[in-house]
Design a protein around this ligand. Structure first.
Ligand code: GLY
Length: 329
């Protein structure tokens, strides 16, 4: 019955440490999950989340996040939030201060301003450069005159110029997005599940979503039951990968339901991923599932080999890296 933190393997140990310290001092799971998620949101080296996250096809960083308290099933979430550094904290405030679960876009930003959430420019020079490189590659494939767009790295000043160039160039965003998106490149989402000393489970997910997405696209991270679910009576689950698949499948909820039916953690994880594969039919489906059961057993299950998790119990000095189990068809 150990207190622990479980995250996706891309999270740096330094981001976990403040959370582990708080957990050891008796902080509730919800505070620990928020603390670690905020650290990752601030990590300029992580282009899948928060500050320095990769933008949508117009070069705007749009953030999705959620948090769920397994003791009460209370949840809060934001989607397509622009201009705020810590969407996970805004999500928590939605849970605590509104009779709602999910706020989106302008409404989420209005709420963030009203609670004095930290505002900030999210697109870093490095993320801008990655964005421009991708647009350049997609444009070349397409035969567009990229040089006329002044898209060479270092040869542009304002992202708004680029946006107006895309609009004025009659580039159909639908086609541009279809060309630009590569779901499987790198990590895409930050997942955390915390089990505290009282056995309370909290799941939180935060992300800039799939890079080069269509403006306004909402992934699974803020969708309770898809990218995240926590119920102290059974367990907690979170997902990374193709949010469109886990939304359709209800992956996080299915995994926790499997635990509620008495499956072991491995049975629940394997059956959930197998079922997702059958549902999606997509051979290139890319989803990783993190699971913690009510007793604190942990597992990771994935449609592809190579995805890792990090777990640290309060008795351990540092996080351990675990290979997630590749669940073949
Ligand atoms: N899993 C993150 C997303 O689809 O946005």
């Amino acid at each position: 019955m150990s207190a622990l933190i479980l995250v996706n393997g891309e999270v740096r140990d330094e981001c976990i440490q403040p959370g582990m310290q708080a957990l050891r001092q008796g902080a509730p799971a919800i505070d620990v999950a928020e603390l670690v998620a905020r650290a990752v949101e601030s990590d300029a080296g992580d282009h899948s989340v928060g500050f320095s996250g990769l933008p949508n096809i117009l070069g705007e960083v749009e953030l999705d996040a959620s948090i769920m308290d397994g003791a009460t099933l209370a949840s809060g979430a934001v989607s397509a939030l622009k201009g705020y550094l810590h969407p996970v904290s805004v999500a928590r405030q939605v849970m605590e201060r509104l009779p709602h679960v999910l706020l989106t876009d302008a409404g989420a930003a209005r709420f963030a301003a009203e609670i004095n959430a930290e505002a900030g420019d999210l697109l870093t020079p490095e993320a801008k450069a990655i964005y421009l490189k991708r647009l350049n590659a997609v444009g070349r494939d397409w035969g567009l005159e990229i040089r006329d767009w002044r898209l060479e790295i270092g040869d542009w000043s304002e992202i708004s110029n680029l946006q107006s160039l895309i609009s004025s160039s009659n580039v159909p965003l639908i086609d541009l997005v279809a060309r630009a998106i590569r779901y499987h490149e790198g990590g895409d989402t930050m997942n955390i599940i915390v089990r505290d000393g009282a056995g309370r489970l909290v799941s939180a997910v935060t992300t800039s979503g799939v890079a080069w997405k269509y403006p306004g696209r909402v992934g699974d991270s803020p969708i309770i039951g898809a990218g995240s679910y926590a119920d102290d009576r059974h367990g907690a689950a979170t997902c990374t990968g193709m949010g469109e698949l886990t939304i359709r499948h209800g992956t996080a909820l299915r995994a926790v339901l499997a635990l509620s039916y008495g499956k072991s953690i491995d049975e629940a994880g394997r059956e959930t991923i197998r079922d997702l594969r059958r549902m999606s039919g997509a051979r290139d489906a890319w989803v990783r599932l993190l699971l913690v059961d009510k007793n604190g057993a942990v597992g990771g299950y994935c449609t592809r080999p190579g995805a890792t998790l990090k777990v640290q119990t309060i008795d351990e000095n540092r996080p351990r890296v675990i290979e997630s189990e590749h669940v073949a068809e």
